[in-house]
Design a protein around this ligand. Structure first.
Ligand code: ADP
Ligand code: GLC
Length: 478
């Protein structure tokens, strides 16, 4: 049996800020258990809800050197949904309401976490064949594994995968501080290793030292080899392209299922959505204080409110988006500029705009179920899970053709009767607006066509069935 250890900074259901948590929390469940023993390691954040903390069992603890510091490493363990989870405990590093804080703090926090994850393995008596690292927070693992850990035979032959969920975030800080924090020798801080543009870069270290590199869609795997999407690392992505694969994310179809979802008002499926889905819309309108009107075209967004998500396009034409023949529902937090934009428009058009500026998983389910369409005009999108949730809930995605959005949403073609959503190509507010208006027109004037788009979207399979198989192939190959 091959042993795989996932190491990541967030994981559903314990702690989540975005899609990374969904992937780390669901993929291990869907990897073939006869062949692979997949376990997951995350920090024991103070912010993990008490109901989970109560179920964690103390395993062991030790003290670890991190350069000149000596730090406590506790290890807690818990079985959840058939998967073993380990939690690295340290009250100093993992305090606070959120997993992330100021970058200079996070730099030290995740250097500690990465080294602790490696150091913990003998103590938990689990020697993985492969350590599967996710995003910059774990980028130092392949580097450290290559360094001092090689003096210990326990670590010989452990392979690593670096999965890039978002190339934008790299974990960058000045070299001198990072040398001081990590204790890694100067050897590693050259432009062919950790150094990038004069600073030190965790993700770059991970990409350089990992045996295989993956990212979360095919299109994004190609895009990041170009300067526009490469975030300064396109040269490196090209250099490592032989070891780079794109594997599109799946969705946890048990968690996201309109037929069984306990957070939504009225369950429905691909057969009865024509009658049953709209009940969710009316109840959602009531819940949010919007005009209750089952006929009006309702568009939702559930997202981190950042530039990545294309919100400056929304900003540019927001008056048109908030037209009287539409309702617009936003759930999200992020840049104050966008939070305030949506608050303002809710104030201005109270009966048809709803701004929910906070994080709320249960309400997100009701928005996916209750809206007619879902807007995701991202500037870039490594994969995107929100559009997959929308498709599953019969809510038609309107997206920009980039990254995973391009790979998962097939544009509607009215002549051939194909397609699962609406899309536009250029990063241009009026192209987006045209796509929204086109969708609105089909919704109001060609409802049978609209319903067929929904039919096709709901029939798509974006469960982990396919993609988990691709990870299994990769594990076998390694
Ligand atoms: P990203 O990982 O870039 O944020 P994804 O589309 O991959 O984008 O995943 C975002 C996930 O976070 C989805 O599950 C989405 O529903 C969820 N989400 C984002 N913001 C909120 C929020 N304010 N409340 C509840 N869920 C949210
Ligand atoms: C990142 C990306 C998102 C992707 C998610 C999970 O947060 O922004 O596109 O779906 O990771 O892989």
């Amino acid at each position: 049996m091959k042993k795989i250890l996932f190491v990541a900074s967030e994981c559903v259901p314990f702690i989540k800020t975005g899609g990374l948590a969904d992937v780390v929390g669901s993929l291990p469940k869907y990897v073939n258990k006869e062949e692979f023993d997949v376990r997951v390691m995350i920090p024991n954040y103070q912010a993990i809800p008490a109901k989970f903390k109560e179920q964690m069992k103390y395993k062991t603890h030790f003290y670890m050197n991190l350069a000149w510091r000596t730090q406590y490493v506790g290890i807690l363990e818990m079985e959840y949904d058939g998967v073993t989870f380990y939690f690295i405990d340290n009250e100093f590093y993992f305090a606070g309401d959120l997993p992330y804080g100021e970058i200079y703090q996070d730099i030290e926090k995740f250097a500690f976490f990465s080294k602790a994850a490696l150091s913990a393995l003998p103590a938990i008596d689990f020697r993985p064949d492969i350590i599967h690292c996710h995003d910059w927070q774990t980028g130092l693992i392949p580097v450290m594994l290559h360094d001092a850990f090689q003096n210990n035979g326990f670590y010989h032959g452990i392979k690593t995968i670096m999965t890039i969920h978002n190339l934008k975030f790299q974990g960058v800080w000045d070299k001198k501080t990072i040398m001081d924090i990590t204790g890694l020798p100067a050897y590693y801080f050259t432009p062919d290793k950790l150094e990038a543009y004069g600073d030190a870069n965790y993700l770059k270290g991970g990409i350089v030292y990992a045996d295989m590199v993956t990212t979360v869609s095919n299109t994004y795997a190609d895009e990041i080899k170009t300067p526009f999407y490469g975030e300064g690392l396109d040269g490196l992505m090209n250099a490592r392209s032989n070891c780079l694969r794109g594997i599109v994310n799946g969705l946890d179809y048990d968690e996201w299922n309109p037929e069984t979802d306990k957070y939504i008002y009225n369950n429905y499926n691909a057969v009865n959505f024509r009658k049953e889905k709209v009940k969710n819309k009316k109840e959602l309108q009531k819940e949010l204080g919007l005009e209750v009107n089952e006929k009006i075209f309702t568009v939702g967004i559930v997202s981190r409110l950042t530039d990545q998500k294309g919100l400056d396009l929304v900003d540019y034409v927001i008056e048109e988006i908030c037209a009287p023949d539409m309702q617009f529902i936003v759930l999200g937090t992020g840049t104050p500029k966008y939070e305030n934009l949506f608050r303002h428009y809710e104030w201005k058009y109270k009966s048809r705009v709803s701004a929910n500026i906070y994080y709320n998983n249960e309400r997100s389910h009701r928005i996916y179920a209750g809206c007619d369409a879902y807007l995701m005009p991202s500037l870039f999108e490594p994969c995107g899970l929100s559009q997959l949730m929308s498709l599953r809930y019969g809510t038609v995605p309107i997206v920009r053709e980039t990254g995973g959005l391009k790979d998962t949403v097939e544009p509607y073609n009215q002549y051939e009767n194909t397609g699962t959503g609406f899309s536009f190509r250029n990063y241009n507010a009026h192209e987006m607006l045209n796509a929204i208006r086109y969708a609105k027109d089909v919704y109001y004037n060609r409802r049978r066509e609209w319903n067929k788009i929904v039919d096709r979207g709901m029939a798509k399979d974006f469960s982990w069935r396919n993609s988990a198989g691709q990870y299994e192939d990769l594990y076998r190959y390694m």
